[in-house]
Design a protein around this ligand. Structure first.
Ligand code: UDP
Ligand code: MN
Length: 294
């Protein structure tokens, strides 16, 4: 082959590669607005089974921060309904305001912890809230799935897509639990072979609240299912109240429980803020900020 021919082959080859890159970039550029609009459409896709997110919450310095973080995570999830249940006698105005601003379909409910448990050293946290949400689901929902999402955990939105098609009960690992670092079903040859959790306590289901979802139809078929006011045994008691349920019927998500998509994060407890010297700071922004801080 002559030198001249070789050079023209090279030019041809280069032109081909460059034009392919140009066509690819052009098509990618054109596809971006379409991808965004597809994502937005799916936010309210009526063909997707709904996910009922049950979040117990209570007034404390961290409350608005936790709900803000969770709320903006949930905004990425299509067809969800957020049940925010306050452990309080009256709804907190700032929580209502946040819910309206987030523009996620929601119900803002109240379920104060019964007085007799309030004086306990170890309290059944969030139990009356979750039972109130179950009552709401029994009265208002017919299909889809429910999930107990505490306000302080961290959620990868992938977990919501996975749990959406739960037939009865699904389970998956939760990170940042006890000294084991994770609480998870043990999977052997693709089947459930037990549970790995730092504290067993004689439980049939030694799992965390964030580690399972339940289909609404299945809940409705178990009219007596509820959560016990028994610290440490809330998950176990609730799952047992769904019986009969075979261990083989539990669906193992997060790639057969090999991924962590939820973390049991716990915020540092902040002390209540000092009272404001209203005389000193009269006619300043601090008077308004005082309404927000706890
Ligand atoms: N919670 C509540 N009332 C309380 C304490 C907690 O409603 O008196 C809620 C809290 O907002 C959270 C859930 O119950 O969504 C679990 O509480 P927490 O995160 O304190 O428990 P932990 O994760 O440490 O077991
Ligand atoms: Mn927590």
């Amino acid at each position: 082959m002559s030198l001249k021919m070789r050079t023209s082959y090279k030019t041809l080859y280069l032109t081909f590669i460059l034009s392919s890159i140009c066509i690819f970039l052009y098509q990618y550029h054109m596809a971006i607005p379409r991808m965004i609009s597809l994502q937005q459409q799916s936010i309210n896709d009526p063909n997707l089974p709904p996910i009922y997110i049950i979040t117990p919450t209570y007034r404390r310095p961290e409350q608005l921060a936790e709900l803000t973080r969770l709320g903006y995570t949930l905004k990425h999830v299509p067809n969800i309904f957020w049940l925010v249940v306050e452990d309080a006698v009256d709804t907190t105005q700032l929580v209502t305001k946040l819910l309206l601003k987030l523009n996620i379909p929601f119900a803002h409910l109240l379920a104060p912890m019964p007085e007799k448990y309030r004086k306990n050293k170890v309290k059944p946290r969030g139990v009356s809230n979750r039972n109130r949400a179950l009552e709401w689901i029994r009265a208002n929902a017919t299909e889809g799935v429910l999930y107990f999402a505490d306000d302080d955990n961290t959620y990868d939105v992938e977990i919501f897509d996975e749990m959406r098609y739960t037939k009865k009960v699904s389970m998956w690992p939760v990170g940042l639990i006890t000294k084991y670092g994770v609480s998870t079903p043990i999977v052997k040859n693709g089947t459930l072979a037990g549970f790995y959790d730092g504290w067993n306590g004689g439980r049939k289901y030694p799992v965390d609240m964030a580690s399972f979802s339940v289909s609404v139809r299945f809940l409705l078929s178990r009219p007596n299912a509820s959560m016990p006011f028994k610290p440490g045994y809330e998950e176990d008691g609730f799952l047992k109240s769904l019986s009969p349920l075979k261990l083989t019927e539990i669906e193992l998500l997060a790639s057969n429980c090999t991924e962590i998509l939820v973390w049991h994060t716990q915020s540092k407890k902040n002390p209540n803020a000092m009272p404001l010297d209203t005389a000193k700071y009269n006619s300043t922004n601090l008077i308004q900020l005082r309404q927000i801080i706890v």
